[in-house]
Design a protein around this ligand. Structure first.
Ligand code: CP
Length: 316
C-alpha cells in the first residue's frame, strides 16, 4: 500500500481485519518497522479520537510523530491553484505539502468537506494535492467524502461483537443542529458493501447518499421497519448530498431511543463520536450495555496501526 484513502487501498480486507485483531493482542510487536521513521499529522479540522489514536498507532509501531493544527499553528494556507495571493493566506499548499514531505516518511491529513462547492469536495481538492505533491505516502484521517480509518475500526468492532456470520447492520440518519459532511456514512456504506453482511440504510427523503457509494443498495425510508431484527444500529447525521450541504430535517422522531432498539435483535449501538446526546441517541441507549461506542473508538488505534504497518512494510 502506498496511500490510504479508501477501502480499495486494502488488498485483502479479511486478512486486514485478522491483522488488526492480532495487533490488538500484541500492539508492540512491529516496533522495528517504525524505527527512525516519522509521521506528520496535519489537521485542517478538529479532532479528539483521530489525533490521539493515529498518534498512538504510530508510536506503537516505533515511529516519531509531529502534529500540525493548520488553523492554529501554521500559516493560513491557500488551497486554490492559479489564484493571485493578495488575500489573508500567505502560503500555498503547493509549497507547504512538499516541504512537509521532506520532514517525514508518512503524512496523515484531515480535511473535511468545505461545503463551498460539491465538485471540489467530491474531487477531494485538498487530499488530492497531498497525494500529488507530498512525495511520501498519505493517509486520510477523514477527507471530504470518506473517513476510512473510522470505517475500518467499525468493521473490526462488528467482527468482534457479531454473534452470527452475516449480521444485519443498519445505518440510520439521526437529527443534528449543524450541517455535517457525508464522509462517515459514505465510507461506512462503502466498507460494509465489501462484506457479506445484510446492510440496510434508512433516512428521511432527500438524504440519499451519492450513487457512487450506494451502488444498487435500496433505501428503507421507514426507520422502524429498518430496525426490525437488526444486530447493529449505526447512527449518524449527515447533510443532504442532492441539495448539497443543506439541513432538510431536524425531525426528532429519528433519534435512536430504547423503544426503537426494542425492535431489533438486541442490537449493539454504534456511533463514530463525537455524539450529540438526546439528538442522535438518547442517554438511555448510550449509557446501556447495548452501546459499544467506546470499544469502537478504541479500535481506531488498531485500524490506524494496521494501515501504517502495511505502508511501512513497503518503505523498509
Ligand atoms: N470519530 C472521529 O473521527 O473522531 P474525531 O473527530 O474526534 O477525530
Amino acid at each position: 500500500m502506498r496511500h490510504f484513502t479508501s477501502v480499495y487501498d486494502i488488498p485483502d480486507l479479511k486478512k486486514a481485519v485478522e491483522m488488526a485483531r492480532e495487533i490488538k493482542k500484541n500492539p508492540y510487536g512491529y516496533q522495528h518497522l517504525g524505527k527512525n521513521k516519522t509521521m506528520v499529522l496535519i489537521f485542517f479540522d478538529s479532532s479528539l479520537r483521530t489525533r490521539l489514536s493515529t498518534q498512538k498507532a504510530a508510536m506503537n509501531l516505533g515511529m516519531n510523530t509531529m502534529v500540525l493544527n493548520v488553523s492554529q499553528d501554521g500559516w493560513s494556507l491557500e488551497t486554490e491553484l492559479g489564484v493571485v495571493m493578495d488575500g489573508d493566506k500567505p502560503e500555498h499548499l503547493r509549497e507547504a505539502i512538499p516541504v512537509i514531505g521532506t520532514y517525514c516518511d508518512v503524512i496523515g491529513v484531515r480535511a473535511f468537506a468545505r461545503f463551498e462547492s460539491k465538485e471540489d469536495d467530491y474531487r477531494e481538492k485538498i487530499l488530492q494535492q497531498f497525494i500529488d505533491f507530498a512525495g511520501v505516502p498519505v493517509v486520510s484521517m477523514e477527507a471530504a467524502t470518506r473517513h476510512p480509518l473510522q470505517s475500518f475500526a467499525d468493521l473490526i468492532t462488528i467482527e468482534e461483537f457479531k454473534t452470527k456470520p452475516k449480521p444485519k447492520v443498519v445505518l440510520t440518519w439521526a437529527p443534528h443542529p449543524k450541517a455535517l459532511p457525508q464522509a462517515v456514512p459514505n465510507s461506512f456504506v462503502e466498507w460494509m458493501r465489501q462484506t457479506d453482511y445484510e446492510l440496510v440504510v434508512t433516512h428521511p427523503e432527500g438524504y440519499e447518499l451519492a450513487p457512487e457509494f450506494m451502488g444498487d443498495l435500496k433505501v428503507e425510508y421507514d426507520q422502524n421497519k429498518a430496525f426490525e431484527g437488526a444486530d447493529f444500529i449505526y447512527a449518524k447525521n449527515w447533510s443532504a448530498y442532492g441539495e448539497y450541504g443543506k439541513i432538510l430535517s431536524k425531525d426528532m422522531n429519528w433519534t435512536v431511543t430504547m423503544e426503537k432498539m426494542k425492535l431489533t435483535n438486541n442490537a449493539r449501538f454504534m456511533h463514530c463520536l463525537p455524539v450529540r446526546r438526546n439528538m442522535i441517541v438518547t442517554d438511555e441507549v448510550l449509557d446501556s450495555d447495548r452501546s459499544i461506542v467506546v470499544q469502537e473508538a478504541e479500535n481506531r488505534v488498531y485500524s490506524a496501526q494496521t494501515v501504517l504497518k502495511m505502508i511501512l512494510e513497503k518503505l523498509v
